[in-house]
Ligand binder design. Structure first.
Ligand SMILES: [Zn+2]
Length: 140
């Protein structure tokens, strides 16, 4: 694991407003501290620079690992995962009041599957936070 200077960590955390940039879980509601993710993993040539880093909850970060793409379950084509610096979340996902994160695109579908956004325990936790007004675009 590469050393990431504290100032760069702070910058990434502040930019993300302490939310996972994949599932949008706020760090205050996570069991573990959010982590700094190399969007393009170092083994693929991704650098430790602000534009290749994002804040990720430990769950999303662990599942994403060094993955860059996957097979779209609808088309069978290779599609890149959601890129927090290049893609807009709302164009690829929709947060349902039920706690489900519905994919809206091929990128959304592969990211939802690889990162496992809609595993039952996560959906239940997310629905509770939504009901409390503490999820995405809500006060934490
Ligand atoms: Zn997450």
């Amino acid at each position: 694991m590469t050393y990431i200077p504290e100032s760069l960590r702070d910058q990434v955390e502040k930019r993300a407003q302490s939310r996972c940039e994949y599932c949008h879980l706020h760090e205050n509601h996570a069991y573990f501290v959010h982590e700094i993710d190399h969007i393009y993993a170092e083994k693929h040539g991704g650098e430790t620079r602000e534009d290749n880093l994002c804040l990720a909850c430990s769950d999303c970060n662990r599942r994403k690992g060094s993955n860059l793409c996957s097979l779209d379950p609808q088309t069978g084509k290779v599609v890149t995962l959601f890129h927090p610096r290049l893609d807009k979340w709302d164009e690829h996902f929709h947060l349902e009041d039920t706690g489900m994160i519905t994919p809206l695109s091929s990128t959304g579908r592969v990211t939802e599957r690889v990162l496992g956004f809609n595993r039952l325990e996560l959906v239940i936790d997310r629905a509770r936070l939504i009901a409390l007004g503490s999820y995405k675009d809500q006060d934490s």
